[in-house]
Design a protein. Sequence first.
Length: 204
Amino acid sequence: MRLVAFSDAVFAISITLLVLEIHSPTDTRHLAQGLAALWPSYLAYALTFLLIGQVWANHHVMFDHLRAVDRVVLLLNTLLLMTIAFLPFAASVLAAAFRDGHGQRAAVVFYGIALGVAASLFNGIWAYARRDRRLLGTVDPAGARAISRRFRIAPFWIAAGVVLGALVPVLGVAVITALIPFYWLPIAGEIARPKRRRGARGRE
């Protein structure tokens, strides 16, 4: 599917641009201290790299279950990719605020809002495709519900991180970071179809 190939390219470019936001120290006489002082940049890089990778992985899960796309899906996916491409900038703002010690609350809120928009668009694509099962493939209803439950959590989780980040920035970042292990866990619906296929081959 050309849409998936195009999306993969945007994900790859966005995730690669993250490293360009880490600038080497200019004072080489105190290089070790300069490198250590860049820890907010390392943190923002690692956090955003894993989050974009997570969206990419679940994007494949979602489109593996679609048999067709229409113009609405194309539009929503384009808006999602636009938001993903914006995340390197949001990560640089987050890193700069923690590095300079100013504007941390605003930076966490800004970063969280960018992620929240991406999560909402992601859910919008799946909800639209799942409506009346017009665009879904062979995924069974139970699998579709399991995928929906997993996807729907993200916007609320990120919103909680934004609210907490407006009060205690470090806590907000910690809540957003907790998305990473949760969303790398397998979803019941994504493995149901392969299991059926293996069983069918065994009965032949």
